[in-house]
Design a protein around this ligand. Sequence first.
Ligand SMILES: Cc1cc2nc3c(=O)[nH]c(=O)nc-3n(C[C@H](O)[C@H](O)[C@H](O)COP(=O)(O)O)c2cc1C
Length: 252
Amino acid sequence: MTDITDLLLNRRTVRKYSSEAVGDDLLDVLLKAGCRSSTTGNMQVYSIIVTRDKNRKRELLPLHFNQQMVTEAPVLLTFCADFNRFNRWCILRGAQPGYDNFLSFMTAAIDALLVAQTICIAAEARGLGLCYLGTTTYMAHKIIEVLKLPKGVVPVTTITLGWPAEHPEQIDRLPLEAVVHKEMYSDYTDSDIERFYAEKEERDDSQQFVRENNKTTLAQVFTDIRYKKEDNIYFSKMLLQVLKDQGFMNNI
Ligand SMILES: Cc1cc2nc3c(=O)[nH]c(=O)nc-3n(C[C@H](O)[C@H](O)[C@H](O)COP(=O)(O)O)c2cc1C
């Protein structure tokens, strides 16, 4: 049996899937394993929306910026921060919920992300491939409409899931010493930054990326093309509005 750490050390995102179905029984095992994740106060303040329907995937496609894996993957899982169900239980039982605030959103979002990542590990252990979609937080307002999410529910991430039809090269990570601090945070000198990012910058694919985008440094590809300030501001405003509309920003 493969050791789980070997599996994790060898993992990579998979964006192309075969047409083979992911069976309901297998998916149920993965979902059950996911729901064994740690959860704040054992409240399970999350929901998972399973999308298999082709038409619904087509509706979601533009909301995920037309990333083809949305329609190509047999299964899409949208993970939601969800206080709706817990609030409803409280109210039915004569308890007054005080979860209409930002802290509660963070609590539920953390719960949802823990479930998501556990399902990812379980799925990869069974040989499935998957890709997270960051577009969920950008387009939460529209995803809420398509998936009919009630007040108290906010989508926080999505994964596309299927049997791999590609085996991409593993991509780089920063050296461990760049991200791990012993006992206390030790802030970086400029030469630490130079050293930690050197390998990433020297890679052929990084240099090609810089050339293709007519930039002079890899960092500029991030700041000027991939994650631009104006986009970040725009989507931040949209997301804050979603939190207000879904009832997480009351009394603050
Ligand atoms: C929150 C989150 C959002 C992501 N969003 C996308 C996405 O929208 N499209 C995509 O192709 N990959 C997406 N990814 C995958 C990352 O690009 C990928 O994990 C990263 O490049 C490292 O590659 P690796 O997972 O193969 O090691 C996302 C990953 C995370 C954790």
